[in-house]
Design a protein around this ligand. Structure first.
Ligand code: ZN
Length: 274
């Protein structure tokens, strides 16, 4: 489609075929694409990769603060991490990467975003079909009775000390973030695997895809014949298995991809009208 809408000399066609953005746009433009996103998508929103220098794991040893055992033995301690995460996430706004993915969904090219991020920024950008593989820092619930805590009440938990209590049952409340040693929420896992198994292509953005089971999703997609497109500013273990590799920052690459997909769609409908 991209090739068809360019003004047709053979040289132009070759250039279009070799341009990775155009190749990616032609794949995404077929529709049925699922995006798998990770930390790299939110860096431009001021949320450093937890694993990077200056990230949360630099301040809080994850094996001390972010495990199921820590939550069992000392929930007040884990809340120090939850408060730091909550303040960082609530102060952040979506960037061009989140907005581009929302636009691709609105245009009907992307069917869902599966994210390993816990910041809620895909939803804030307008994405509607979002699977939060590792839970959310902004959704708070009671660990004892399961009650969902309203956002306004949850915001109050950012102040104070220790683990806040549920106003209904007195149990400990917490964000739905998945801690180390806890399973991926069953619904999210089931939906993500089903999306990976049925997508027509997968756009893997800002993630080195090393943490299982999220890392298995691109492999599942590829096993079912869906081409993988990688958007990352560095090489990952997935790179060699990708059909197209777009090297650069997500917030810079994705707007170009959207432009390519939209141009392809316009060219397609124009040629249909002839
Ligand atoms: Zn409760």
């Amino acid at each position: 489609m991209i090739i068809g809408c360019r003004e047709g000399t053979q040289v132009d066609m070759m250039a279009a075929v070799e341009d990775p953005i155009a190749r990616a746009a032609s794949i995404v433009g077929r529709g049925g694409c699922v995006a798998l996103t990770g930390a790299g998508v939110s860096v431009a929103s001021g949320i450093p990769d937890f694993r990077s220098k200056g990230g949360l794991w630099d301040i809080f040893d994850p094996m001390e603060y972010a495990t199921a055992d820590a939550w069992e033995s000392d929930p007040g301690k884990v809340w120090r991490l939850f408060r730091a995460t909550g303040r960082m996430v609530l102060g952040a706004r979506p960037n061009a990467a989140h907005e581009s993915l929302a636009r691709l969904e609105a245009g009907g090219w992307i069917s869902a975003v599966v994210t390993q991020n816990i910041d809620g920024l895909h939803q804030a950008a307008g994405s509607r079909s979002v699977v939060e593989f590792h839970g959310s820092a902004v959704d708070v619930f009671c660990d004892a009775c399961g009650r969902t805590v309203e956002r306004r009440e949850a915001l109050g938990f950012l102040e104070g000390e220790g683990a806040p209590s549920c106003s209904a049952c007195g149990g400990h409340v917490r964000p739905s973030v998945v801690l180390f040693g806890e399973p991926i929420p069953t619904g999210a896992l089931r939906t993500a695997v089903s999306l990976a198994a049925s997508c027509r292509s997968m756009l893997v953005v800002g993630t080195s895809a090393v943490v299982a089971p999220a890392s298995l999703l691109p492999l599942e997609a590829r096993a079912h014949g869906a081409p993988l497109i990688e958007v990352n500013d560095e090489r990952t273990d997935l790179t060699d298995g990708c059909s197209v590799v777009l090297r650069g920052r997500a917030e810079e690459i994705l707007p170009s991809l959207v432009e390519g997909v939209e141009a392809g769609a316009t060219g397609f409908s124009r040629s249909n009208n002839v």
